[in-house]
Ligand binder design. Structure first.
Ligand code: ATP
Ligand code: MG
Length: 508
C-alpha cells in the first residue's frame, strides 16, 4: 500500500514531559483520517511536528510525504510540499481584510506589482466555496468566530494542498456551517485531496472518516477502519473506559426568579441601524439552567454581552437582580454583582496567553486576596488555584506554566475555574464546552449541576443541540436578534428548536 503520509515512531517532549511517545500515523491518497483523543493527548502536537511548527530536530521519528523524507523546519517547508493546516487557535490578522488575510505572504503579483483585482476575484471564488456571503474587503475583526473559521478554511483551500489538516475546525461553527465544512471535506476527497480531521464531535467523525486514529496520553492506541467503529467504541478507546451517559442530568429544585432582563436592544457597533438584539426580555430562576439556542448571528452572544456590560456598541437594557434594578456599565460591575461570564472567544476574551495558569485563574478574584497595604495574600491565592486545578482536573505540569502551552480544552477549564472562584450568583457560559473532549465535557456538566444545587443560576449559550437538550431546564431560541421560542425542556426535540431558530414563533 502506498501512503501519501507516513509518520513513524514520533516522540516529542516539552521540558522533559512526553507529549508524544512513539506514535505511528499514516494517510493514504484521497482519504479522510480522523485523529481522536482527549484534551492534551497530543493531537495538535503531532500535526505541529508534521507541519514544521515544531521543526525537524526537536522531535524523534521519521516522516515520509509523497515518497520523500520530510523534515520541515517551518510551516513554509511543509506548505511547499503540499500540506496545509488550519490551526486550532485562529490565526487571522484582525485589522486586515479577508482578501489580505487569505493572500498574506503569497500575494498575486503581475509586472512586479500586487494584482488586487486577481486577488479579489480569487477571494470571491473561495468565499463562494465556503458559502460565506460577505465582501472580500471586509475586515476580519468585523466577522464572528464562525465566519472567521470559514475564512481560515478558504485560506487553506487557496493553497491547493494534497493534504489538508483541520484541527478542530468545527468547534466554533453552527450545525449548518458544519454541514458546509463536511461537504467541502468530501468534495476535496473526490478531487484526490487527503484530510486529517481533528474533532471532539464524534457524529462528524463517523460521518466523514475513512479511518480513525486514537491517541491517549501521547501513545498510539489504535487506527481502525470506520466500518469497525461506532461512537461508543471511539469514546472507549479515547478515555480507556466505557461512558454510558454523556449528560449527568438529575432532578433538582428550581426556585424563584433571580435575574430578570427587560427590553434589551443592542445596535450593531458599526452600522447603527442594524439591531443585533431586538427587544428581548427573559428571566432566570434560582438553580435553573437556561439554555440559549439559535444560529450564529442570532444575537445570543450580544445579548449576554449586554447583560455582562461588555457589548461594544450602544444598547438599552433593564436588569433586575433579586427584584432590584441594577446598573451594569462594565464587566467589573457585573462581577461585583456576582454575575460572571465565560466568553465565547477564549483566546481574545478569556485568557491572557503569556501569563501563567495560576495568574489567569486568580485574575478576576484579586480583590478577595487583598490584604492591608494592598498586598496580595498569596498563600490564599495559591490554595485556591490548586483547589480548582484539582476540582476541574486541569492537565498542567505546573500552575506556573504559561496558559498558552496548555491544550485547548484545558485552557477552557481554567477560564471556567476563574469564573467559579468569584462565587457567582448568575453564571453566563457562552459555548462552555467548545473544544472540550467527551470526558472533560462530562466533568464540566457535573460541575454545572453541583453549582445549580448550590443555588447558582446558569445561562448557557450553546450551538450544540444535544448539549442544549441534555443539560437545560428551559430553552430560549433566538432568531435575527429576536426571541422566537421559550420552551420547558420536556419532550423537546432538536427539530422544534431548529424550527424556532429558523424564525417561526413558538412557546411551550
Ligand atoms: N509549547 C508547549 N509547551 C509545553 N507543553 C506543551 C506545548 N504544547 C503542547 N504541550 C503539552 O503537550 C500535551 C499535548 O498537547 P496538545 O495540544 O497536542 O493536545 P491536544 O490533543 O491537541 O488537546 P486538545 O484536544 O485540548 O486540543 C499537553 O499536555 C500540553 O500541555
Ligand atoms: Mg489540540
Amino acid at each position: 500500500m502506498s501512503y501519501l503520509l507516513e509518520m513513524q515512531g514520533i516522540s516529542k517532549d516539552f521540558s522533559g514531559i512526553k507529549a508524544l511517545d512513539n506514535v505511528f500515523f499514516n494517510v493514504k491518497p484521497a482519504e479522510v483520517v480522523s485523529l481522536c483523543g482527549e484534551n492534551g493527548s497530543g493531537k495538535s502536537t503531532l500535526m505541529k511536528v508534521l507541519t514544521g511548527v515544531h521543526p525537524a530536530g526537536s522531535y524523534a521519528g521519521e516522516i515520509t510525504f509523497n515518497g520523500k523524507s520530510l523534515s520541515a523546519q517551518s510551516i513554509k517547508d511543509s506548505e511547499a510540499v503540499g500540506i496545509a493546516i488550519i490551526h486550532q487557535e485562529l490565526a487571522l490578522v484582525k485589522e486586515l481584510s479577508i482578501m489580505e488575510n487569505i493572500f498574506l505572504g503569497s500575494e498575486i503579483h503581475s509586472y512586479g506589482r500586487i494584482n488586487f483585482n486577481a486577488m479579489l476575484q480569487k477571494t470571491r471564488e473561495l468565499l463562494k466555496q465556503v458559502f460565506l456571503d460577505v465582501p472580500p474587503t471586509t475586515l476580519v475583526k468585523h466577522l464572528g468566530v464562525g465566519q472567521q473559521q470559514l475564512v481560515e478554511i478558504a485560506k487553506a483551500l487557496s493553497k491547493n494542498a494534497s493534504l489538508l489538516i483541520l484541527d478542530e475546525p468545527s468547534s466554533s461553527l453552527t450545525e449548518s456551517e458544519t454541514k458546509i465544512l463536511l461537504n467541502i471535506v468530501c468534495s476535496l476527497r473526490e478531487r484526490g485531496v487527503s484530510c486529517v480531521y481533528i474533532s471532539h464531535k464524534l457524529d462528524e467523525i463517523m460521518a466523514i472518516s475513512d479511518r480513525v486514529c486514537v491517541i491517549r496520553d501521547g501513545l498510539h492506541i489504535a487506527t481502525k477502519e470506520i466500518a469497525e467503529l461506532n461512537q461508543d467504541r471511539i469514546i472507549q478507546m479515547m478515555v480507556g473506559r466505557e461512558m454510558a451517559n454523556l449528560f449527568p442530568r438529575e432532578d433538582h429544585p428550581i426556585g424563584d426568579v433571580v435575574l430578570e432582563v427587560r427590553n434589551c436592544t443592542a445596535h450593531d457597533p458599526w452600522v447603527q441601524d442594524i439591531k443585533r438584539v431586538d427587544d428581548v426580555s427573559f428571566t432566570v430562576r434560582e438553580g435553573e439552567i437556561l439554555g440559549i439556542s439559535g444560529l450564529v448571528g442570532a444575537g445570543r452572544t450580544e445579548l449576554m454581552q449586554c447583560l455582562f456590560g461588555c457589548y461594544p456598541g450602544s444598547y438599552d437594557i433593564e436588569i433586575l437582580l433579586d427584584n432590584k434594578p441594577i446598573k451594569v456599565r462594565n464587566s467589573a460591575e457585573a462581577l461585583r454583582q456576582r454575575v460572571a461570564m465565560v466568553p465565547e472567544d477564549r483566546k481574545r476574551h478569556g485568557i491572557i496567553p503569556g501569563m501563567s495558569v495560576a495568574k489567569n485563574l486568580s485574575l478576576a478574584n484579586l480583590l478577595n486576596y487583598q490584604q492591608k497595604m494592598d498586598c496580595i495574600d498569596s498563600s490564599h491565592e495559591v490554595a485556591d488555584v490548586l483547589e480548582y486545578i484539582k476540582k476541574l482536573r486541569v492537565k498542567t505540569a505546573s500552575p506556573d506554566l504559561q496558559i498558552k502551552s496548555l491544550s485547548g480544552g484545558n485552557q477552557q477549564k481554567v477560564v471556567l475555574a476563574k469564573n467559579l472562584l468569584i462565587g457567582p450568583k448568575v453564571l453566563i457560559l457562552d459555548e462552555p464546552t467548545r473544544g472540550v473532549d467527551v470526558g472533560a465535557k462530562y466533568e464540566i456538566y457535573k460541575v454545572m449541576f453541583e453549582l445549580i444545587r448550590e443555588g447558582i443560576s446558569i445561562i448557557m449559550v450553546s450551538s450544540e443541540l444535544p448539549e442544549v437538550l441534555g443539560i437545560s431546564d428551559r430553552v430560549l431560541v433566538m432568531h435575527e436578534g429576536k426571541l422566537k421560542g421559550n420552551f420547558v425542556n420536556q419532550d423537546l426535540t432538536q427539530e422544534m428548536i431548529m424550527e424556532s431558530a429558523l424564525g417561526s414563533c413558538s412557546d411551550a
